[in-house]
Design a protein around this ligand. Structure first.
Ligand code: ADP
Ligand code: MG
Length: 704
């Protein structure tokens, strides 16, 4: 039976209801979605390395047998190291898995393994080599066949308990039965000009490359099949920008009066502090846009702590003084509530009304809030995604600010704009981001936006001092924190709960309990994580803001935006597990007042070179742009433009940094297609053939 791309993923052999549910959480519903789940690397399983040939600092793929395995508990009763000994016909090799407790009892002597990882010298016994944290695949259990041996094998990131091996088999089965002519969205003339394979061939060869292909090129995502898929993603993304820009240019916006005395005075009156020169300059740039009868579409870039919020509030005041409503959308409830509180503090004395809309409100509160938004009584509305729900209607929305824009998709921004456009005028839009992307790149990525930069921190800040330490020294770290608290300050202890998974969360909760009881019995501690209800989160944050909680044990929910200037200590446990962007954001929670602040990164003595380089970068500098540059060079997964950032933009393979040249090429071609009258038919064809996912995500068909 041949199957189409829109077929439900549950039709694939090996994908039962349970796995389908896991996949659904990753947005994988159809075969098309599944085929878009691409390998993140490849292994040569035609030519395995021999254990006798491995050298320190080399990365190898081995086929070997388990001889023995044992977990050894670390200090403080957690983080076991799993020691594994494997053997092939040339020799034996010890392997070490940090945080490897989960392997206990899972590997049995005699089992066949594929191991992939880096070999290092055992620091205690320099003559000894060992493999550190290899990725392993057990070859027993299911039958072993040509899907996973004797070829270049794709390696997928596991989806929960759905591991790389069954994912590989499911994708293989899908490709076997795929229609022979699946639609190809790229214009044929373009395919020919660029010498790209068809979409079908590209998918097949990206998942299961031919034996003769260069492993190196594949792992750099440079094979023709991969390049085509990368180009396609950029092309469709740029096309959505081009069509969006075309549409926006046709729209009208209200031209605000900005230079009248009344408005000037209002702007001055609300300022709680003297603005920096950068803030003044950026506000002037915004004001110039707001005076025009076309919608503003501006990106405000500024490092953590540079003071973006007040600029957005000033722009909101301009809108309100022009008899319009303003909206501010934040990516988390914690941040929305914080913005609400500070906006109310700043604006209420001037007689402005500020409304909060988050899904955590009681139904009756929500109804009342929606009513005030509909009637226009609410002048500034602050909220989360709840703002873009169907039943939220504005009376006269003239200005929209979106905080931490990288957390939102293009579609969400568009939805909020549509709320205003209903009344005939599009709103002015300002998006705020702390992600320090090189300017040229941001122009290409957010190609429909103008860019303003806040390149100056408010005065009176003492630079944050950052140092690294190991778990053995935690008692000293706690002592330091105790002294800071005794001096009236507050601190964060952050745990690496990134996906808010049960297991990770358990570790954070246990640590919280241990710290409360055993380490700081006399102090008030709070726990904040993503699984708490809105009310619980708000209670904790409120206490922290009022210094009723002195130490906040938190997951990465505090990563963006949280602003409690009295907090001067940021302790990050397992700092080696965080990407640079995250570390930088987390550290941005302190150093917000005049008091000196301290960031302590706790990590094991041994870690990967990348992790070490990340921590060293954090110690060396607090400059977001410099950190971004280093990140570009290190370019590990999950970094600035790793899964999260590019995932938000909807990229599966494309990486705007790595594939910058393709991005520029795609931009040129996509804008030509959207803007040249002679290309009208070619454009219609693209929109007709658009992959389902892109139709869903960008409503391209409607825009075009
Ligand atoms: P971010 O750019 O990270 O969103 P915020 O807008 O949260 O930064 O501002 C960080 C902190 O600096 C806040 O406590 C804010 O009140 C304060 N702040 C902003 N601008 C100034 C200024 N010009 N002078 C003094 N403090 C300021
Ligand atoms: Mg902010």
């Amino acid at each position: 039976m041949s199957i189409s791309l829109q077929t439900d993923v549950r039709m694939v052999k090996g994908v039962g209801p349970q796995r389908a549910e896991l996949l659904a959480k990753r947005g994988i519903f159809t075969l098309e979605d599944l085929l878009n789940y691409l390998p993140f690397r490849y292994e040569d399983r035609i030519h395995f390395s021999k254990i006798k040939d491995v050298q320190p600092n080399g990365t190898y793929t081995l086929r070997a047998r388990v001889m023995s395995g044992q977990a050894v508990r670390g200090m403080y009763g957690r983080d076991a190291i799993y020691h594994l000994l494997v053997q092939d016909d040339s020799g034996s090799l010890p392997c070490k898995f940090f945080h490897g407790g989960y392997l206990e009892g899972r590997l049995k002597p005699g089992q066949q393994l594929i191991l992939h990882g880096k070999v290092e010298i055992d620091k205690l016994r320099p003559a000894r080599r060992e493999m550190i944290n290899p990725q392993i695949e057990v070859l027993t259990g299911e039958e072993v066949d040509s899907v996973e041996m004797g070829r270049i094998v794709p390696i997928y990131e596991a989806v929960g308990t759905f591991g790389t091996r069954p994912i590989r088999r499911a994708i293989y089965a899908t490709l076997q039965n795929l229609d022979s002519n699946i639609p190809d969205v790229l214009p044929p003339a373009l395919l020919q000009q660029l010498h790209y394979p068809s979409r079908r061939d590209a998918l097949i060869h990206t998942h299961f490359p031919d034996a003769g292909e260069s492993l190196e090129a594949l792992n750099l995502f440079r094979s023709p099949a991969q390049q085509r898929l990368i180009f396609e993603e950029f092309f469709l993304y740029q096309l959505s920008l081009a069509l969006g820009r075309r549409a926006v240019r046709k729209e009208n916006a209200l031209a605000f009066r900005v230079r009248e005395d009344k408005v000037r005075e209002a702007l001055k009156r609300i300022l709680p502090f003297k603005p920096t020169n950068a803030q003044k300059r950026v506000l002037a740039e915004i004001a110039t846009d707001l005076e025009k009868p076309v919608p503003m579409n501006r990106l405000l870039q500024g490092d953590v702590g540079s003071g973006k919020t007040i600029v957005a509030l000033q722009a909101a005041v301009i809108a309100i003084e022009n008899a319009c409503q303003a909206a501010l959308m934040a990516p988390t409830e914690i941040l929305a509530v914080q913005h609400f509180l500070s906006a109310r503090r700043i604006l209420a004395p001037g007689g402005y009304t500020v409304e909060l809309l988050i899904s955590g409100l009681k139904p009756s509160e929500k109804t009342a809030a929606r009513e005030r938004i509909r009637s226009g009584e609410a002048q500034l509305v602050i909220g989360t995604h709840a703002l873009i729900e169907e039943d939220v209607e504005f009376n006269r929305l003239g200005f929209v600010a979106i905080d931490e824009q990288h957390r939102f998709g293009v579609l969400q921004r568009k939805r909020l704009m549509d709320k205003a456009a209903r009344h005939g005028n599009a709103p002015h839009v300002l998006v705020l981001t702390a992600t320090p992307i090189p300017r040229t790149l941001s122009l290409t990525l957010y190609g429909d936006l103008e860019v303003s930069v806040l390149d100056e921190l408010p005065p009176g800040r003492t630079p944050i001092e950052t140092r690294t330490t190991t778990e053995q020294h935690l008692p000293g770290v706690w002592e330091f924190l105790r002294r800071e608290v005794a001096a009236g300050h507050q601190g964060y202890v952050v745990y690496p709960v990134i996906e808010e998974s049960k297991l990770e969360l358990k570790a954070a909760i246990e640590e919280y309990e241990r710290l409360s009881k055993a380490v700081f019995p006399k102090l008030k501690l709070g726990l904040l994580h993503g699984r708490l209800s809105s009310q619980e989160k708000e209670d904790v944050m409120q206490k922290f803001r009022h210094n009723e909680i002195q130490i906040l044990v938190a997951t990465t929910v505090v990563e963006v935006g949280v602003d409690v200037p009295n907090a001067t200590v940021m302790i990050i446990e397992h700092a080696e597990r965080f990407g640079l962007a995250q570390l930088h954001q987390l550290r941005g929670r302190i150093g917000r007042g005049a008091q000196p602040s301290h960031c302590i990164l706790v990590a094991p003595g041994r870690m990967s070179e990348d992790a070490r380089a990340r921590l060293e970068t954090m110690v060396r500098t607090t400059d977001g742009f410099e950190i971004a540059e280093t990140d570009l060079q290190l370019r590990g997964p999950g970094e600035f433009f790793g899964t999260r950032q590019s995932g938000q933009l909807g990229f599966h393979v494309a990486n705007p940094l790595r594939d910058r040249e393709l991005l520029e090429l795609a931009r040129k071609e996509a804008f030509a297609l959207a803007e040249q009258p002679a290309q009208k038919e070619a454009l219609q064809r693209v929109l007709r053939l658009l992959p389902g996912e892109w139709q869903r995500r960008y409503h391209l068909a409607r825009v075009g």
